[in-house]
Write a protein of this length. Structure first.
Length: 210
């Protein structure tokens, strides 16, 4: 069975983004970029909400050809362009997936839990979630996340978008690894979700923007 891994960054005081949903206030340094590339190499499916998908699609396709970026950014761009993408959305249309129309699959929110469960049962590499805060909080609460990888930055934001819902998902986590880098003040913590025997519902929080 394939693992579904959520990999994201948050501030020391638990924010996923700063005021006005600004993620650029987080210390996305070379360690962050290198770890994202590492996770993409270990995956063959990128699972995203509509908002994150649109952001990635508007940024990453051309980075590989831009000399102003780093080699790691070029690598991430190529990996993002090549990987199969699954988007949870009731509004995204195939025409809106260009230039990723050849490897993007759209799943409606009502069928998301069932189809993600089926994806996990298929052979293959990891299923990876970047960004997509609302989506991964929902999947975490419904026992569909296997590992939660959080890179904690040294910044204290004091306000913004919390990483977890209020109230947070009622889950049990087991620490499986901690990683530090010599040239970074970020710390990576990796948790495994201890799965319960819940009966999954098919609705992914109808009406919420994933």
């Amino acid at each position: 069975m394939r693992k579904l891994i959520v990999s994201n960054m948050m501030s020391l005081d638990g924010y996923f983004a700063g005021p006005a949903e600004n993620v650029m206030v987080l210390p996305m340094d070379q360690a962050f970029d290198a770890y994202n590339a590492e996770r993409l190499h270990a995956a063959d499916t990128l699972l995203l909400g509509r908002t994150t998908y649109d952001g990635f699609k508007g940024f990453w396709p051309s980075v590989a050809d831009d000399p102003s970026f780093t080699p790691t950014h070029w690598e991430i761009s190529g990996l993002n362009n090549a990987i199969d993408k699954v988007v949870i959305s009731d509004t995204l249309t195939p025409e809106q997936t260009k230039p990723w129309e050849q490897n993007t699959h759209i799943i409606g929110r009502a069928d998301a839990h069932e189809q993600i469960g089926e994806l996990k049962r298929q052979p293959g590499k990891d299923i990876l979630v970047f960004g997509s805060r609302t989506l991964w909080n929902d999947l975490l609460a419904n026992d569909l996340v296997d590992e939660l990888h959080l890179m904690i930055g040294q910044v204290i934001l004091g306000a913004g978008m919390p990483a977890f819902d209020d109230p947070p998902p009622a889950v049990s986590l087991r620490l499986i690894d901690i990683r530090k880098w010599e040239d970074s003040d970020n710390v990576l913590v990796q948790y495994e979700e201890v799965h319960s025997q819940k009966t999954y519902t098919k609705d992914v929080n109808p009406g919420r923007n994933l």
